[in-house]
Design a binder for this molecule. Sequence first.
Ligand SMILES: Nc1ncnc2c1ncn2[C@@H]1O[C@H](COP(=O)(O)OP(=O)(O)OP(=O)(O)O)[C@@H](O)[C@H]1O
Ligand SMILES: [Mg+2]
Length: 232
Amino acid sequence: MLSLKGVNVHIGKLHILQGVNLDVKEGESAALLGRNGVGKTTTLRAIMGLVAKSAGAIEFNGTDLATCQPHEIPRKGIGYVPQGRGIFPGLTVLENLCIGVTGKPDAQLEEYVFTCFPRLKERLKQQGSTLSGGEQQMLAIARCLMMRPKLIILDEPTEGIMPRLVSQIRREIHRINQTGISILLVEQNLETALKLCPRIFLMEKGTIVYSGAAQELKTQPEIVHRYLGLSM
Ligand SMILES: Nc1ncnc2c1ncn2[C@@H]1O[C@H](COP(=O)(O)OP(=O)(O)OP(=O)(O)O)[C@@H](O)[C@H]1O
Ligand SMILES: [Mg+2]
């Protein structure tokens, strides 16, 4: 469904991505992990066309994304929840939700989104900026769902969020995946990644250094220690 082959990104003189190979299959949920500054966010930004690649190819459902303008990529079916959420603080919850929707509102879809995130339904007229961090994260995910994505990519959705909302966000990501939407999740939290994603990619210095099943990674503490600095 999504495939990155040999993706390179230079920013100024810096060689940030150095040949990233990664793929997400239909209906799958995969996690991309790595220490701070290894290039995870840049990988997602390259997928969304928000940073130019100097080499390599990114394909989504048979379309070469290089042929798309950045604003066309969500319409191809990729939802993006950026690190730090990226909602519009001056707009209300309802306005934020409808921002990418063209044509008639779909009442059934709206209802579904509010079943996933009842907290948002209670706050439709509230300004984005006044939501808690966790609620802003839910709003960013809900906004993606409103565009009927086939794949959602999330950049550290539970970063800096209080534990009670973390488990709710995790649960919703899992439920979204159960409805057939593929997930690419960037995470710092290994436990969250292993719980939600059967397939794991580890990144270091702008390249993928490990890819394999979560079950398999669990049996390789030395790899986890080498690339994430964590002990299991
Ligand atoms: N616009 C930019 N200008 C200069 N350097 C950049 C730019 N964007 C990213 N970088 C650098 O590229 C490297 C990778 O950044 P990136 O944001 O992709 O890391 P990350 O893996 O998402 O880290 P984190 O876990 O902290 O979010 C970092 O060293 C960062 O400073
Ligand atoms: Mg990042």
